[in-house]
Design a protein around this ligand. Structure first.
Ligand code: NDP
Ligand code: HSE
Length: 443
């Protein structure tokens, strides 16, 4: 088989990008892979929809089923999005034994286990490089490049919209709402943008990476998530003065054996979370700005690695889809559709660490009455929960009914911190709900 035919569903941002990239570099891909990918047909929702990339009308249809069922179509790319009809599109193709390429992180997060099982059952494969961090080849790296490593840590800045907003707030002192509107205009933000801002898009991506790295399926409900809605300009400025940037960070940490509630046979549980974090300016992830994504992976053999690039948009995402198309075409050509299944559940006793048990350092900002004894009361509430303070700053130049008080907190379990914060929030001298942001030191 020297050429395979592709049936695509979706001719929007990503589908249009794939069409264009195949036009530009299809010959190069064929020369390198020894097998060409020919675009047979593209299903869209409406034929007269205006498109950024012009697609010849002869290629278009509104009947996705006819594309999937076409005997001339060997590979199906689901680039329509959503978690409803997209699931049916993928299952229909897999049941016909056709390999599927998708960029749909929301669907994989919700139904990955089912879709991967269907691929296995029907002797075919599901490829999803574009679902996490756009143009960065992180899925292939975890599945193949690091196949001989136990993965100890993954830290990901995997949402371009949030990173863009936080970067502009940090560098320009811009307001959250203004920058969000800009991100929407540039086409990075989801519609509505809540999926980005509240951390769920990052959760989908981090869940996929955690599952791949640890060999058991991490369900979305097991992932602690906090978005960036409550990050203020003031916190970004204070963090900056303390030597930190604030980023929305996906965190996957393998705990050593012996951690509470651990099955001894497989080491410790895995912490999987998405939340804003203070990152030291000296760490490489602190300088990942604008819409860029980065993923830091620590393996027990390779050590620390960092992947950086554009995590969204027409061309970077198309680049990831082309990589999957080449893999699918090669597997068809060589008859190796199951060479590397999409997800191998190799950890039977894998478990996620409850966030309450996770330990972290913290940044705490309080608005307090500026009078003697307040700091002592705050320190006492922390001490009662066995929480130590590493530094205290009361910045000068603030006057009025309340002033900011910044505390950097030593390592403490989230459960203890939540209890202490509930107590501190009730102190009469504390004038607004405490602001708590975790500090990541990458140990
Ligand atoms: P768009 O909304 O730009 O495009 C969706 C396409 O799917 C459109 O062409 C639409 O048709 C078509 N479509 C929708 N429903 C149907 C249907 N029932 N039958 C046939 N065609 C249909 O989305 P994107 O290209 O941005 O996203 C596609 C996928 O890629 C999503 O899963 C997304 O999460 C993922 N992704 C997107 C990234 C990005 O930067 N945009 C980055 C990484 C992943 P019509 O054109 O007629 O409306
Ligand atoms: N809305 C997503 C982002 C698109 O901002 O990163 C890419 O998945």
């Amino acid at each position: 088989m020297q050429q395979v035919n592709l049936g695509m569903i979706g001719g929007g941002t990503v589908g249009g990008g794939v069409f264009q990239a195949l036009q530009r570099n299809g010959d190069l891909l064929a020369a390198r892979a020894g097998v060409g990918v020919r675009l047979q047909r593209i299903a869209v929702k409406a034929l007269d929809e205006p498109r950024k990339v012009e697609i010849p009308p002869a290629l278009l249809t509104t009947d996705w089923r006819s594309v999937v069922a076409d005997p001339q179509v060997h590979i199906v790319a689901e680039l329509a999005g959503g978690t409803g009809i997209a699931r049916e599109m993928i299952l229909t193709a897999l049941k016909l034994g056709k390999p599927v390429v998708t960029a749909n992180k929301a669907l994989l997060s919700a139904c990955g286990e089912e879709l991967f099982a269907a691929a296995r059952e029907h002797g075919t494969n599901l490829y999803y490089e574009a679902s996490v961090a756009g143009g960065i080849p992180i899925i292939k790296s975890l599945r193949e490049g690091f196949i001989g490593n136990r993965i100890l840590r993954i830290y990901g800045i995997v949402n371009g919209t949030c990173n863009y907003i936080l970067t502009r707030m940090q560098l320009e002192g811009a307001e959250f709402a203004d920058v969000l509107a800009d991100a929407q205009r540039q086409g990075y933000a989801e519609t509505p943008p809540d999926l980005d801002i509240d951390g769920h898009d990052s959760l989908h991506k981090i869940g996929i990476l955690a599952s791949l790295a640890h060999g058991f399926w991490v369900k979305p409900g097991q992932i602690h998530v906090e978005g960036i809605r409550n990050i203020s300009k003031m916190d970004i400025q204070f963090a900056g003065r303390l030597g930190y940037a604030i980023k929305l960070l996906g965190v996957v940490k393998k705990m050593p054996a012996g951690t509470r509630r651990t099955a001894p046979a497989n080491g410790g549980p895995v912490q999987v979370a998405v939340h804003p974090a203070l990152i030291p300016h000296t760490h490489v992830l602190a300088s990942v700005n604008d819409t860029f994504n980065a993923v830091f992976v620590r393996g027990d053999v390779v050590g620390d690695t960092v992947f950086y690039g554009r995590g969204a948009g027409q061309d970077p995402t198309a680049s990831a889809v082309l990589s999957d198309l080449a893999d699918a075409a090669l597997d068809l050509k060589l008859g190796t559709r199951n060479r590397l299944p999409p997800f191998v559940p190799h950890e039977r006793n894998g478990r996620v660490l409850p966030m309450a048990d996770a330990v972290s350092r913290f940044y705490l900002r309080l608005s307090v009455a500026d009078r003697p004894g307040v700091l002592a009361k705050v320190a006492a509430a922390l001490a009662r929960n066995k929480i130590g303070i590493s530094s205290v700053i009361q910045p000068e130049g603030h006057e009025g009914a309340s002033v900011p008080l910044i505390l950097m907190i030593h390592d403490a379990p989230n459960r203890a911190m939540s209890r202490a914060l509930a107590h501190i929030g009730r102190l009469p001298a504390v004038k607004a709900p405490p602001v708590m942001i975790r500090v990541e030191n990458f140990e």
